[in-house]
Design a protein around this ligand. Structure first.
Ligand code: ZN
Length: 144
């Protein structure tokens, strides 16, 4: 990775840690999923409010490393307002990026700040924890 790209990554990650996006009050209509990454100690509860097929709102409680916290904040900005199908595509792209494979940058916005995780394989699970929680919620929401 070039110096320039590395600097952008660092700035983006720090920004999402200092000002985590989409932390807010939730009610009982939110579906939730708790996931843990024992290898690192990251813990996350994700809360998602659906409007039919779309994610109307999303919030979370997260404790753990910088990568996990930044990734959750970045994901929250990416998926609110998106359909389950779009969310699945975003998730697949993110997982390709952190695996060092080719991906569509335009789908990932700030989350491209985590592209360097592909160079540190033990941290990939920190970055994907929030996406895995979201996929489980989406899979478990078949009523509509
Ligand atoms: Zn972690």
């Amino acid at each position: 990775m070039s110096y320039f790209k590395e600097q952008i990554s660092r700035d983006l990650i720090l920004d999402h840690i200092k000002r985590p996006r989409n932390i807010k009050v939730k009610n009982t209509n939110y579906k939730s999923k708790y996931l843990k990454n024992p290898a690192c100690g990251d813990e996350l509860t994700l809360y998602v409010l659906f409007n039919k097929d779309k994610i109307e709102d999303l919030t979370y409680e997260v404790s753990g490393c910088s990568i996990c916290r930044a990734s959750t904040s970045m994901m929250s900005e990416l998926v609110i307002g998106k359909s389950k199908k779009e969310v699945t595509e975003i998730t697949n792209n993110f997982k390709r990026m952190v695996a060092g494979e080719s991906y569509k940058e335009e789908l990932l916005k700030d989350a491209i700040g985590l592209s360097g995780v592909s160079n540190i394989p033990p941290r990939i699970k920190c970055a994907t924890l929030c996406y895995n929680a979201l996929l489980e919620i989406i899979g478990g929401n078949d009523e509509k």
